[in-house]
Write a protein that binds this ligand. Structure first.
Ligand code: ATP
Ligand code: MG
Ligand code: MG
Ligand code: MG
Length: 559
């Protein structure tokens, strides 16, 4: 490709709108331009990298027998109504009506639509297991679009969905995706960590996130270097430490009710607590004693209030609930339901409180955690901080920030049941397939790669995702010798199958070298003053060393 014919609008100045390095560089290196808040157009270089990332994903998915197809982004409301997510998505869903006043949305994620497709195409157990995926545009009206394509309102997702006959099958499908994700992110040159995640938002039994370590990441990760324990802070736990706990904990008082049943409570939680982490606490005899509900950043007070009403849990008036919710939103602290703190409005020592559930006989006074019962997650009482004790090995835990680039879920039958998707099993009876879902943010990956691969001059693309492999620079187009040399080398590189960007512009040498550094193509070959002697300059973007090589040597090294 000749740069003189290309669209590469590089910027010298740092755009004021961009706070973080990847956003600044994506604008400065001419990869994209903003159209509206959280909406971007990709320019040719940006598109090339995006396609490289997509192809890595495609290859790794195909290797694990996942099959590609593509769905519409314009989706009828019915399936989302059937699953309950027409409501759950709230204002994050872009909604529209057609000319006959029918409801549609722009798909934020496609569990329902894939389930419908399987319902219409898969009849027999012989067709399972099956994993299908797409690389497709998603729409979410994010409350706070920011950081360029890291949190945008239109973005590309690789979303995969597995369908299995039984739990063991799901385990296998899940592991295959886990492996594909590992390989794909490694190939992209990302330094990432896999963390246990809350499965609250999607329902289901387990989930893990792939986090790119970065100070600008919006997720907080707690991890232990000694044993490898790592979890999103929304899920992370630690061994309680009374002194520290007392200092940190803020437990709000909620009156424990005596209306409704445990089953209703749990059922209600399962159905509606989409933004809440749930921890069920059992006593030593396996008797259910309490449920702890913890809201995440997106906790929605109306939903929590409705939810409490739905399970006839008259813990508090909706007004109280709102207060508690607000109090907890900022620091994602725990909202404890079913646990009554003995002293009013005091920060309590966790080892001394009354624990109870939504029924008269299920109350214990002066319960000692650990002595009287074991919560299913030890220490799920406050956000883990640096230096806390690892729940697995007793080591000291560390905290870092991460960008969520991928997320894998064991979904279960939430969607297949809601949408009445069945297959005929070996015994001739209809059964509901068990689902997993697996997402990767393609544009977010591009930004995350830049966050980890840049310097003060610009991007340093790993070869696997670089828009071009080589940039060929002719510093002085006025020199006939250099110009002819450039043309010759350009042809030679192309003939070798190397993807080369040829800077044949009539610009000053300084401009060309600065642009080459800014756009970050891994190899730069310069046709300079020594070309008459058959010598060109060879430089890798990631190093400062300039090699003087013969044309043949340079081409060989670039391959
Ligand atoms: P986040 O916690 O950052 O809001 P999420 O948990 O809502 O992300 P998922 O529903 O798990 O996202 O979607 C799968 C993947 O899609 C995420 O891991 C992320 O890489 C990507 N993604 C989600 N929302 C956005 C967005 N607004 N812009 C860009 N990529 C996104
Ligand atoms: Mg989100
Ligand atoms: Mg998330
Ligand atoms: Mg997620």
């Amino acid at each position: 490709m000749r740069l003189s014919k290309y669209l590469l609008p590089t910027l010298r100045e740092v755009p004021a709108e961009a706070e973080i390095v990847s956003h600044q560089l994506m604008l400065r290196a001419g990869l994209m331009r903003k159209l509206a808040s959280g909406v971007y157009s990709y320019l040719p270089m940006g598109l090339k990298t995006l396609r490289k990332v997509e192809n890595i994903l495609r290859e790794e998915m195909n290797r694990e027998d996942a099959v590609e197809l593509i769905m519409s982004a314009l989706l009828p409301a019915e399936s989302y109504m059937a699953s309950g997510r027409w409501e759950v998505f709230g204002s994050e869903m872009f909604r529209l009506k057609d000319r006959s006043n029918r409801d549609f949305c722009l798909g934020p994620t496609h569990e329902e639509i894939f389930t419908e497709t399987v319902k219409n195409t898969v009849k027999s157990y012989k067709q399972l297991p099956m994993t299908i995926y797409q690389i497709q545009t998603k729409y979410r009206d994010e409350r706070r679009p920011r950081f360029g394509v890291i949190r945008s309102r239109e973005f590309i997702m690789k979303d995969a969905y597995s369908f299995d006959k039984d739990e063991q099958g799901l385990d296998v499908s899940y592991k295959k995706m886990y492996s594909a994700y590992n390989k794909a992110f490694k190939r992209m040159g990302l330094d990432f960590i896999i963390v246990d995640a809350d499965s609250g938002a999607m329902g289901g039994s387990g989930s893990q996130e792939f986090m790119v370590k970065s100070d600008i990441g919006e997720d907080t990760i707690a991890y232990c270097e000694k044993c490898g324990y790592s979890a999103n802070s929304e899920k992370a736990v630690c061994i309680p430490d009374p002194a520290k706990d007392e200092e940190m904990r803020e437990i709000e008082k909620i009156h424990t009710p005596h209306a409704g049943t445990i089953d209703e409570l749990v059922e209600g939680l399962n159905q509606t607590a989409d933004n809440f982490a749930k921890t069920l606490i059992y006593n030593a005899d396996g008797k259910f004693v309490a449920v702890m509900v913890r809201g995440d950043r997106d906790v929605n007070e109306t939903k929590l209030a409705n939810h409490l009403k739905a399970v006839s849990l008259e813990l508090a008036s909706p007004a109280d609930v709102m207060e508690i919710t607000h109090a907890n939103v900022g620091f994602a602290g725990p909202i404890n339901l079913g646990i009554e703190v003995i002293a009013d409005n005091e920060i309590m020592n966790m080892k001394n409180f009354l624990v109870g559930a939504n029924e008269s006989d299920y109350h214990f006074i002066n319960v000692n955690v650990g002595r009287d019962f074991t919560p299913d997650f030890v220490g799920d009482f406050r956000t883990v901080t640096e230096g806390d004790t690892c729940p697995k090995c007793g080591g000291k835990m560390k905290i870092c920030q991460g960008i969520e680039v991928g997320h894998i879920f064991k979904l279960g039958t939430k969607y297949t049941e809601a949408l009445d998707c069945t297959f005929l099993d070996e015994d001739g009876k209809p059964k509901v397939p068990i689902m997993g879902c697996y997402g990767i943010g393609v544009n977010r990956c591009v930004a995350a790669i830049i966050e980890q691969h840049s310097d003060e001059k610009g991007i340093i693309w790993p070869m696997s995702v670089a828009p071009f492999e080589v940039i060929l620079v002719v510093p002085n187009m006025k020199s006939e010798e250099q110009k002819e040399g450039g043309e010759k080398l350009y042809e030679m590189l192309k003939n070798e199958g190397i993807d080369v960007l040829y800077d044949d512009r009539n610009e000053r040498a300084g401009v060309k070298f600065n642009d080459a550094d800014l756009v970050g193509i891994p190899i730069r070959i310069t046709v300079g003053k020594k070309f008459g002697e058959g010598i060109v300059e060879f430089k890798e973007r990631k190093s400062d060393t300039v090699l003087e090589l013969t044309v043949e040597e340079a081409i060989k090294k670039a391959k």
